[in-house]
Structures are given as C-alpha cells and as structure tokens.
Design a protein around this ligand. Sequence first.
Ligand SMILES: Cc1ncc(C[n+]2csc(CCOP(=O)(O)OP(=O)(O)O)c2C)c(N)n1
Ligand SMILES: [Mg+2]
Length: 377
Amino acid sequence: MPSAERIGELLELTEARHGPAAPAVARFEIHYTRFLDPKGSAVCPLPDFAQDRAELVALYRAMVLARRFDAKAVALQRTGRLGTFATALGQEAVPVGVASAMRPEDVLLPSFREHGAQLWRGVSPVELFLYWGGDERGSDFAAAREDFPVCVPVGTHAPHAVGVALAFKLRREKRVAVSVFGDGATSKGDVAEALNVAGVWDLPVVFVINNNRWAISVPVARQTAAGTLAQKGIAAGIESEQVDGNDIIAVREVVARALAKARAGGGPHLIEALTYRLGDHTTADDASRYRAGPEVSAHWAEDPITRLRNYLVGANMWGKADEETLLAEISAAIDRAAEAYLATPPQGPETMFDFTYETLPKGLVEQREAALLTARK
Ligand SMILES: Cc1ncc(C[n+]2csc(CCOP(=O)(O)OP(=O)(O)O)c2C)c(N)n1
Ligand SMILES: [Mg+2]
C-alpha cells in the first residue's frame, strides 16, 4: 500500500503538472490512533475509561473469552462436532473494542469473525456453538434481540446497517447501527453503495473495517490500489480514520467517539481497524499454502491480548494469580457451553425450510415433505 508520504508526493506531482491554473479542490487526511505500542507501553496519555482497572480487566476478560471460544470451536470442528468455523485468532481487540463502546440499544450487524462482540453483547456461547453447528436456533438470541445474526455473505450486511440507521433516524431514536466487515468486503458493491447512501442521508451508522490484511488467500495489496481502506469512506463524504486494531484501548476510544457523534446527529463514520489474521481463513482453509510462516510469526508480536496484559501487569493491575483464576473460570464456562450445545437434540430437516419464507413456494413445500419422508425412513 502507498505510504502517507507517497500520497503527499503524488499530490505535489499533480499540482506541479497542472500548475496554479488548476488548483487542488480537495485534499484528505487519514488519522491513525494508537495508545499502546505492541509491547504494551503507553505512547500517549490514555483516555479516561482506561484509568479504571475494572474497565480494562473487563476488556481483557472478553478478549480471553473470545479466544477460548475460538479454540473450543476449532476443537469441536476437528472432531466432527461443529461445521466450518472462522476463528478470530489475533483479532479479538476489534470486536471486543467495538462492542464495549456500544450501548445496549444500538444494533450490531456482524460478519462471521465478530463472536467477541456478540459475546460482549449478551449472545451466549451455546447460541454461537449452535449457529456454527448449523442450528438456526443459534441465531434466535435470548439477549441482544435486535442484533443481526452472523452474516456469511461478504459485505451484504452493510446495506442492511444503512436500513437500520434510516429507521432510527425516521423514528428519531438516539441509536446507532454498527456494521463490521473485512478488508475484502470493501471491494464489494454492497459496501460502496452502503457508504454512499449513508453519506447522502447523513445516517447514524458506524462502519468498522476489520482489516486483517487477507481475504482468504488475497492480500490487501492485491485487493485494492488505494493507500488506505479508510479513504473509501472519504470518497462517500464520510469522516473516516484508521486505528491500531490490536490496541483495544484505541479501538474502544475511536468507536466511542464515532458513536457519540452519530448519536448526536453528526452522521456516519468509518473506522479502518488494522489487525492481522493469525489463523487460517476458516477450518476449511490451509493458509500455509499461500502465506509465508515468518510473516505470521512477526505478527504474533502484536497480539492484542499480550499487549493489554503487559500494560496491566506494568501498571500493577494484574498478576499471576489473577490470570490463573480468569483462565480457570473462562475454560470452565466454555466447556459447560460446549456440553450444553452437544446435549441439545438436533432439529428436524424441515427446519432448513422454515425460517426464510413466511409462506413457502410450492417447489420448496415438496422438497420439505421429501426431506421429512427421508428422515422418517
Ligand atoms: C458474497 C460472497 N462471496 C464470496 C464468499 C466467499 N468468502 C467467504 S469469506 C471471503 C473473504 C472475505 O475477506 P474479508 O472481507 O477480508 O474478511 P475476512 O474473512 O478476512 O474476515 C470470501 C470471498 C462469500 N462468503 N460471500
Ligand atoms: Mg480480511
């Protein structure tokens, strides 16, 4: 990707070529926020919420929970007890940071790597296991009733977020729609159209690009020639910025500011969170076929969980005993959830027809009956 310096050079070149008769009529800057460096040292004064140990420990706990959920989901898939699963290994600060900045009445529209956000908002690990196990009941959340389910089609939930935000605006509700999608999704027409209309209608929506640098086997540099993904928001007239997506304090802070702005009627916002996919794309992928090992190892040095733990330990807010207690509590909770999932009797095959249409088209009525007959045999 071209550096900010290179973009400056290009601007100067354009001016030199066209001369003063053709003045530049637009310029833009993308700001990048980071509070903790990869080692966990503060690089500038931390925001107010980060002065509170309980707030930071809650963020730490939620990232550890997301990682533990991930590991269990992979283990279940590998032993034939879960469907294909997309881990968020190394990316936990994005979903947890986003969700921790939201209010319960806001609406989350996640893609398939945001279980950290869903867990924070009250979706249970049992529901998530059910979803990834192919059971539609996993999307019928007991809490977070108005949040959207996991969106596997790449980027199609961005226009849905615009619809949700338009409803909030029409009803004069002080709520914000938050849509999280990947770097690859920014190449989709759905995302470009969503950004465009959100800008024109000045809607209360925050778009978060979870830029983990890869879209399956396609690296960002082959995805777009744009220097940043954030500037795609600028093109739509939306205030846009970058954040260190492995620094949860930074993610929470920039998302909180964007939400406050949108809630106060200040319009949409786009945040590009720079992180890295440490794992395979999904359990159906083998990233070693297209990605060099040293690249991955280098990114382990930016792990968001270690980063926050180092900060907490350095600030005398966390110790070995705290860590052991937390890990034991979280492992037990996830194991219990997995057991509850495995003990849930599966639904009948007819349910795959039952949740899309209010009235089933004739062809599907026949297929539904055939599925039931086969199941009874
Ligand atoms: C509309 C659509 N096209 C293709 C796919 C197959 N697919 C699944 S994930 C993915 C890449 C997504 O990359 P990115 O947006 O960067 O998200 P990430 O997986 O890295 O989180 C593709 C092409 C899909 N799920 N939906
Ligand atoms: Mg990606």
